[in-house]
Ligand binder design. Structure first.
Ligand code: FUB
Length: 651
C-alpha cells in the first residue's frame, strides 16, 4: 500500500499540504499510534510468546474495498520487545489455507500458544456463505499455519465471528465468540476440538442469548439477567428492541489477578469498548462499564468499530484497539493502536483515552545485534505526492529474497526514511555500521545512500552508507562503514534516511543493519529478529557474524508501593516508597488528574524518599510510581505502577 500517512500529530512542523517544495521534514517523534503505517490493520490480538516477545496479530483491511464493505483476505503479524519498535512479520495466514472458506471474510482472529504449538483461531465465511470459526496450527509464532481439520471448528452458523481464547491456570482453554449473541465452547486438550457433552451446553455450545425478540419483555427475568451481565442497551430493529444489552461483538476473554474479564465492542455503532467481570471462566458475568469511548475529549476515533485485545507485558497492561486515524483511514481502513490499562485494587479498569502518543518504551533497542530493517517505530517518505495531499508515504515491505528470509524494505525512494526509537549506544558507543542491501545496479556501482542521523533528520549525521549494486536486484551485499564515534553515545532515536536518484521508484532494498564497536567480542549470536525463524517463506536465519552473545533476560521489579505522601512545605511534597529489592531506581509520575495526563511531570529517584518541588498551591496532585531494573545494556525494565495517591497542596 502506498499513500498511508502517519497520523498527523506525529509530525511537527511541516508546511501546508499540496506543495511538495514547501515540506519541512519532521524533526521530532512524539507519537506512535497507529503502530503500523504501511497497511491498514484491524482487530488486534496480542500474545506474549514463550520467546519473550510480544506478538500482535491483526486482520488486514485491503486498500481497495469491494462493494463499500470490509475487504479482508489475510492476517498479519508484528512483534516487539520494547513496545515502540515493531518488527513486521508480513502475512502469516490467509483464507486460502482453509479449503472450505470463501474469500473476503478474513475477520478478527487470535493466536494462543500451548505446549510449543501456536493455534490461530479465525472467523471466515464458509463456502455456503455462513460464518464459521476455523483453526490453523503452527510451530512458530509467525507460522506457517495450516488447517488440521479441513472444516470449521465451530459452525457454519449465523454470526459466528470474533473468536477469543484463554487458557486458564489449570490448562483448560475456553473459546468464546459471537455477534450479537455470545457463545463459548470448552476446548479439549488438543485445542482443535471441544467438549460436545459439556453440561448445560447444546452439543458443546454454551450460549448467552443477547438479541432475540424473547427479550421484548424487558421485565422478564432472562432479560434482567443478561442486562446485569452485559449492560442495559437499547438497540431497536423495526420498532422492536432486538438487543437489550450493550454487548455488540469483538469479545476478548482473559484473566488478571484472579478475575475473569470479558472486554468487548459495545453500544452499537459507533462502537465503544465496555467490559464485564466474573469469578469463573463461564460466568455469570457482571457488567462493569465503559473502558474506551468512541469520542473521548471530542476526538472521534475515525472508525465506527472498535475491537479490544488485552495483554500483560514487562510489568504493564496494554489495551490494543483500532481507529481510523491513518491517512485515508475510516471504518473499512482501520489501524491498530495501543495504550496502557490501569487496574484499580478491586480489579475494575480505569477508562482509557485513545492517544496519539501510545506507550512508553519498556526497554532500549540494542544496536549491537543484527536488527531487521523492518523493525522500527515509524517510517515515511516524501514521494509520490499525487494521491496523498500531504505527500507522506511509507516505505514498502516484501518477503525477503535473502537466504535469511523474513521481510525487507523495498521500493525505497529518495528521502524515504525510518525511525528506530530509543537506541542505546551507552554500553559501547559505536564506531562502525554494517548493512545488508540489494540494488538493481552493476556490481560495485552506487545505487543510493543510507544517511544515519541521531534524534532528528539532518541535524546529527553520524554516517553515510553507500549502497552498492551486486549486479542483480536479488544479489544481497553486506558492507561496513566507519561512523562518527564521537556522537554515537547514550540513547538516541536513530533516523535512517534513504537518498539517491530522485526519479527512481526503487533505489534499493534493505534487509538488516548492526552497529559495532571495537570492544564488542566477535562472538556469533542469534539474530534478535524472530521473524526469520519461521516466516512467510519458512526459512531460518543463520546466526550473523560478529555479534555479542545473547544475554539472560532481566526480570522486571515488583509492583511499586507509595507508603506515604506528605505536604512538607508550601509547595513541596515528600513521597516515601516501599523499597523493592531488585530495583535500580524509581520513576515518579505526578499530574493534576487521576489518569496522570494533565500537566504530567516525571522524576527519577534512586532512593525511596523523593521530594517533589514547585507544586501549585491549592491544587490536588495525583502520584504514581514504577520501579525499574536495568537490562544488560542499561535499558530500563519497569515493574507495575503503584496505585495512584492524591494530595492537595496547601494554599
Ligand atoms: O474486522 C471485521 C469486524 O469488524 C470484526 O470481526 C469486528 O470485531 C469489527 O472490528
Amino acid at each position: 500500500m502506498r499513500g498511508k500517512c502517519r497520523f498527523i500529530s506525529k509530525v511537527i512542523g511541516f508546511a501546508a499540504a499540496g506543495c511538495l517544495a514547501a515540506f519541512i521534514l519532521p524533526k521530532t517523534i512524539s507519537a506512535m499510534n497507529p503502530i503500523v503505517q504501511d497497511v491498514y490493520t484491524a482487530d488486534p490480538a496480542p500474545m506474549v510468546c514463550s520467546d519473550g516477545r510480544l506478538y500482535v496479530y491483526t486482520s488486514h483491511d485491503e486498500d481497495e474495498t469491494i462493494n463499500g464493505f470490509y475487504t479482508m483476505n489475510d492476517w498479519k503479524c508484528y512483534s516487539t520487545d520494547d513496545m515502540v519498535n515493531w518488527t513486521d512479520h508480513g502475512t502469516v495466514l490467509s483464507y486460502h489455507e482453509f479449503e472450505w472458506a470463501k474469500e473476503n471474510s478474513s475477520w478478527a482472529g487470535q493466536v494462543v500458544e500451548k505446549n510449543g504449538k501456536f493455534y490461530y483461531y479465525v472467523p471466515i465465511n464458509a463456502k455456503n456463505g455462513q460464518t464459521a470459526i476455523g483453526v490453523a496450527v503452527g510451530d512458530s509464532p509467525t507460522g506457517p499455519f495450516t488447517d488440521p481439520l479441513g472444516e470449521p471448528l465451530v459452525g457454519p452458523a449465523p454470526n459466528y465471528i470474533d473468536p477469543t481464547v484463554w487458557i486458564d491456570d489449570d490448562g483448560q482453554a475456553y473459546l468464546y465468540w459471537g455477534n450479537p449473541d455470545l457463545f463459548c465452547v470448552v476446548l479439549n486438550d488438543d485445542m482443535i476440538s471441544y467438549d460436545k457433552d459439556y453440561p448445560g451446553s447444546n452439543n458443546g455450545i454454551i450460549k448467552w442469548e443477547l438479541e432475540t425478540n424473547d427479550y421484548a419483555d424487558l421485565e422478564s427475568e432472562e432479560c434482567k439477567d443478561v442486562q446485569a451481565q452485559f449492560g442495559t442497551g437499547t438497540r431497536m430493529d423495526k420498532g422492536k428492541l432486538r438487543r437489550p444489552t450493550l454487548y455488540e461483538e469483538g469479545p476478548w476473554f482473559y484473566k488478571h489477578n484472579g478475575h475473569y474479564y470479558m472486554i468487548y465492542a459495545a453500544n452499537g455503532i459507533p462502537e465503544r469498548i465496555d467490559y464485564s467481570m466474573a469469578d469463573s471462566p463461564l460466568g455469570p458475568w457482571e457488567y462493569k462499564g465503559m473502558i474506551m469511548n468512541d469520542n473521548v475529549d471530542g476526538k472521534g476515533s475515525g472508525s465506527f468499530t472498535n475491537h479490544p485485545g488485552v495483554v500483560e507485558y514487562q510489568g504493564h497492561s496494554y489495551l490494543f484497539y483500532h481507529t481510523g486515524k491513518l491517512f485515508d483511514g475510516g471504518g473499512y481502513h482501520r489501524s491498530v493502536a495501543v495504550d496502557e490499562i490501569f487496574y484499580n485494587d478491586d480489579g475494575t479498569i480505569e477508562p482509557i483515552p485513545f492517544t496519539d502518543e501510545g506507550v512508553e518504551p519498556v526497554k532500549a533497542l540494542d544496536p549491537y545485534v543484527r536488527v531487521e530493517a523492518e523493525t522500527f517505530e515509524y517510517s515515511n517518505s516524501l514521494k509520490a505526492a499525487d494521491t496523498d495531499p500531504l505527500g507522506k508515504y511509507t516505505v514498502e515491505k516484501e518477503p525477503c529474497s535473502n537466504t535469511t528470509g523474513g521481510i525487507d524494505l523495498c521500493d525505497i525512494k529518495n528521502e524515504d526514511y525510518i525511525c528506530i526509537r530509543n537506541v542505546d549506544f551507552s554500553k559501547y558507543g559505536a564506531v562502525k555500521f554494517t548493512a545488508c542491501t540489494a540494488a538493481d545496479a552493476a556490481k560495485g556501482e552506487t545505487a543510493g545512500k543510507i544517511e544515519i542521523y541521531l534524534d532528528s533528520l539532518y541535524d546529527e549525521l553520524i554516517g553515510e552508507y553507500e549502497v552498492k549494486g551486486g549486479g542483480d536486484i536479488d544479489a544481497w551485499v553486506t558492507d561496513t562503514i566507519d561512523i562518527d564515534k564521537t556522537k554515537a553515545k547514550d540513547v538516541h532515536d536513530v533516523y535512517m534516511l534513504f537518498t539517491g536518484d530522485d526519479t527512481s521508484e526503487s533505489l534499493f532494498k534493505f534487509d538488516y543493519w548492526q552497529f559495532t564497536q571495537d570492544e564488542i567480542p566477535a562472538t556469533p549470536a542469534p539474530s534478535t529478529d524472530p521473524g526469520n525463524s519461521g516466516n512467510n517463506n519458512g526459512t531460518v536465519n543463520p546466526p550473523a557474524d560478529n555479534q555479542p552473545k545473547a544475554e539472560t533476560p532481566v526480570k522486571a521489579p515488583g509492583k511499586a508501593v507509595i507508603k506515604k505522601v506528605k505536604n512538607i512545605k508550601k509547595n513541596t511534597v515528600k513521597v516515601t516508597l516501599k523499597k523493592i529489592s531488585n530495583a535500580a531506581g524509581y520513576r515518579i509520575t505526578y499530574a493534576l488528574d487521576r489518569k496522570l495526563k494533565k500537566s504530567k511531570k516525571t522524576v527519577d529517584a534512586k532512593k525511596i524518599s523523593v521530594i517533589l518541588k514547585k507544586l501549585k498551591k491549592g491544587k490536588t496532585y495525583y502520584i504514581s510510581v514504577k520501579a525499574y531494573t536495568l537490562d544488560s545494556s542499561g535499558g530500563r525494565i519497569y515493574g507495575k505502577p503503584s496505585a495512584v495517591k492524591k494530595i492537595r497542596i496547601k494554599k
